[in-house]
Design a protein around this ligand. Structure first.
Ligand SMILES: [Zn+2]
Ligand SMILES: [Zn+2]
Length: 327
């Protein structure tokens, strides 16, 4: 089943034609739980990774913070226990969990894992995106695959969020595949994406209001004061959720420059991982096919207090390091 963003409640360019010059496209990924193969685009799914290329690790142990630590196996089991409990009739006595389930979760909570963050941490797959699925794919010439991985711990030099790594490949040049990717011995329970298939959909976006020319932003603010109108920031400008390309939100800190650490160029938003695929019950961006009562947390990732993690790339060179902002 495809996922379809409902039409915007109104076309903002009928009121502000000049917004067309501050517009771009984004590909919403719409990740939903499901098993993808290495030949598919996915979130949290298996990567097409060559056998002769070592699985990447984060060697930045000095930045790792001991927050919400668990193991991948314990986190998967926790999710399984909660899903089972949610799906069954209430237990006699009204308890949500059985005594055995409580004991299992308590044992996982009691694991002492803090020493493990001092070691290099194998990265976890966040997304794998084939050019033929993603209208807003951007990558070096000759590549058709973007792989996004992150180090699944809070980093003190990354505003307490995961460190993101981008890999581009020519999938036709990948020979034998790595049998068993390394798994980190320790993760934050917020940063383990559940295996998801994706339903890419291209949408049009308009720039975050505070980044528009001041004169335009002022007129837009005045127009926005009419409460009978759908808000520009929440309904008319940028899609929430997991996406490639498009514009970011700066609602947490206000905009600040994202400049390449390699060459100083102003960077381009290339990938967004989010705590939710849409924002709450009455969100106009919820795909038409999704039940209004469904949880928008389809991937099981939490960025801060329900924020998004925006990954930027350098427009001058794909070899320059990416940078992230949490908003
Ligand atoms: Zn790290
Ligand atoms: Zn650069």
């Amino acid at each position: 089943m495809a996922r379809t963003t409902p039409p915007r409640p109104l076309n903002i360019t009928e009121f502000f034609p000049e917004l067309r010059e501050h517009s771009t496209t984004a590909t919403r990924l719409h990740p939903r739980p499901g098993a993808a193969s290495v030949a598919d685009s996915s979130a949290g799914g298996p990567l097409l990774w060559p056998a002769d290329e070592a699985w990447p690790v984060c060697g930045d142990a000095g930045a790792h913070e001991p927050n919400n630590l668990t193991t991948p196996a314990a986190e998967r089991r926790r999710r399984e226990i909660l899903a089972t409990a949610n799906a069954r009739e209430p237990l006699p006595g009204g308890q949500f969990l059985t005594a055995e389930e409580c004991a299992e979760l308590d044992a996982a909570d009691a694991l002492d894992l803090a020493d493990l963050i001092e070691d290099p941490i194998p990265l976890v797959p966040v997304a794998q995106l084939y050019r033929h699925d993603i209208p807003d794919y951007a990558g070096p010439d000759g590549t058709d695959l973007l792989q996004v991985l992150w180090c699944p711990l809070d980093h003190s030099d990354q505003h307490y969020s995961p460190r993101v790594f981008l890999y581009w490949r020519d999938s036709s040049a990948v020979g034998p595949l790595l049998d068993a990717p390394l798994e980190p011995p320790v993760i934050s329970d917020m940063y383990l994406p559940a295996p998801c298939v994706v339903y890419p959909e291209q949408v049009r976006e308009y720039q975050y209001a505070d980044l528009l020319p001041e004169e335009l932003r002022k007129r837009l603010d005045e127009w926005d004061e009419d409460e009978d109108r759908p808000g520009y920031q929440s309904h008319l400008s940028r899609a929430p959720g997991w996406k490639v390309g498009g514009y970011g939100s700066w609602s947490l800190t206000g905009p600040y420059p994202m400049n390449c650490s390699g060459c100083g160029a102003a960077m381009t938003l290339t990938f967004t991982a989010a705590s939710a695929d849409w924002d709450g019950m009455d969100c106009s961006w919820r795909p038409a096919e999704d039940d209004p009562a469904a949880s928008p947390d389809t991937v099981g990732v939490q960025i801060g207090r329900g924020y998004s993690l925006y990954t930027f790339r350098c427009p001058e060179s794909f070899d320059h390091p990416p940078a992230t902002a949490m908003q």
